[in-house]
Design a protein around this ligand. Structure first.
Ligand code: FCB
Length: 447
């Protein structure tokens, strides 16, 4: 079952880039090698009841040692680009000085990626805050935003020459809200005001880092990556419509509006003021400086009914729909709608789809993983991107999540998102049928 796009799709032009994505904590392992400091995810994993099976990132995909072979894997998929993240605890010591051993790892990796002709997208922060900074309050402490600028300065100075595109943060929603408001991710705190204050400091850190990155890496583009689900109301009832609006505001608008318009959603003032962070004079100007691109991660949609205590509650789609192995509804139409709606609401910079993919209950049988659902998922979502482009959204690239199965945060190793299967006992990688279909699709484009 091949992946197809309409023959006239702009995504088939040479300048639209296709890639695969990963993140440091999810694949690297080598948690104690070369003076790497502990991160909040090491601590979270070691806390009983937080991560499924008490899995941790100590070994993960052992990419820290197998990186050369993994670059060959990327080459085998014949993609144009690779998106990875840098682990802050690997490259900086507690005093803020460079850890050359950690930087050397990324130097070798990035240089080789460029030698292989790949376009390189790097995220500075994909959730692995050094634990010593969490001990001082983490993202609840405004000072962490200034610490981030030192880290961004170091990394973009040291590694800038091999990077085409820098993203300051991956998914502030998850880092702040799952981490500090809902307690599902590290550091596992849960108060509404915590999540929003953490989010504000993350957005501030993004804005403070922008001019530094531009100065150190004038030839690269700089942006940020947001995750968004499309929100639907559970019914036509006014109260459910309202619930949906609140959900969409808290999850999506809360992050994009400050970046694009320099303000938090006004609706919150009246309906949920507890979700408004403390903002100091000048912060919003720092946050809303222009960016070269917006990264968008999309996986699913949600359905919302009114709830007297929390304003909204998550309900299941009443229609019979298909879900992936992580319980997320497959909704490519929602992806197209979301992108087009954002395009109507804001003057957006160019967009890259920096993550999109499916967790499937993959089985390796005689060297073959027949992940038919993932292939359909990819085809559906690639066509949704095509639809969005046809409707005027400026989208320049697409990254499949993920290059290979890896540590799926609170789900540990139980959920597989890879185009490549990883046997965690042997560290053997096996390209799944989805990986081959993605490759063949990319090749048909070149042909
Ligand atoms: C996103 C994360 C990424 C991965 C996918 C499934 O929220 O950015 O690291 O875990 O979800």
């Amino acid at each position: 079952m091949p992946i197809n796009l309409p023959a006239n799709s702009k995504m088939l032009n040479q300048d639209f880039i296709f890639g695969v994505a990963t993140a440091a904590f999810q694949i690297e392992g080598a948690a104690q090698s070369d003076n790497r400091l502990p991160s909040i995810w090491d601590t979270f994993c070691a806390t009983p009841g937080k991560v499924k099976g008490m899995d941790n990132g100590d070994i993960a995909c052992d990419h820290y040692h197998l990186w050369e072979q993994d670059i060959q894997l990327i080459k085998q998929l014949e993609v144009d680009a690779y998106r990875l993240s840098i682990a802050w605890p690997r490259v900086m010591d507690k005093e803020g000085k460079a850890n050359q051993a950690g930087l050397d790892f990324y130097r070798r990796l990035l240089k080789k990626l460029k030698d292989e002709g790949l376009t390189v997208f790097v995220t500075l922060y994909h959730w692995d805050l050094p634990q010593h900074l969490e001990d001082k309050g983490g993202w609840l402490n405004r000072e962490t935003a200034y610490q981030f600028t030192k880290y961004a300065d170091l990394v973009t100075k040291e590694l800038g020459e091999w990077v085409d595109s820098w993203a300051t943060f991956n998914e502030p929603f998850c880092a702040a809200i799952l981490g500090y408001e809902l307690g599902i991710h590290a550091p596992g705190l849960n108060k509404p005001e915590y999540g929003r204050q953490a989010a504000h400091h993350i957005l501030l850190a993004h804005g403070l880092a922008l001019p530094i990155i531009r100065k150190n890496a004038p030839k690269s583009q700089v942006g940020i990556v947001l995750n968004m689900n499309r929100s639907y109301a559970a019914s036509e009832k006014t109260e459910d419509q309202f619930a949906c609006l609140v959900r969409e505001t808290l999850d999506n608008q809360f992050f994009i509006e400050p970046l694009m318009k320099g303000q938090y959603p006004q609706l919150l003032k009246t309906v949920a003021p507890q979700y408004l962070p403390t903002v100091l004079p000048g912060d919003m100007d720092i946050i809303s400086q222009p960016i070269d691109f917006l990264g968008m991660n999309f996986y699913t949609c949600n359905h919302n009914a009114f709830d007297a205590d929390n304003l909204f509650k998550n309900v299941k789609n009443h229609r019979s729909v298909e879900y992936t192995d992580i319980g997320w509804e497959i909704a490519p139409h929602a992806f197209a709608e979301l992108l087009v709606n954002l395009h109507k609401q804001y003057t957006l910079p160019p967009i890259y789809i920096t993550e999109n993919g499916a967790a499937c209950a993959d089985q390796l049988i005689d060297g073959d993983v027949n992940d038919e659902q993932r292939i359909r998922y990819l085809e559906g979502h690639l066509n949704a991107v095509h639809q969005a482009i046809e409707n005027g959204v400026d989208i320049r690239g697409y990254f499949a999540w993920s290059l290979m199965d890896n540590f799926e945060w609170a789900e540990g190793y139980s959920k597989r998102f890879g185009l490549t299967y990883v046997d965690y006992q042997t560290q053997k990688r096996t390209i799944k049928r989805s990986g081959y279909e993605y490759r063949d699709f990319l090749n048909s484009r070149k042909g």
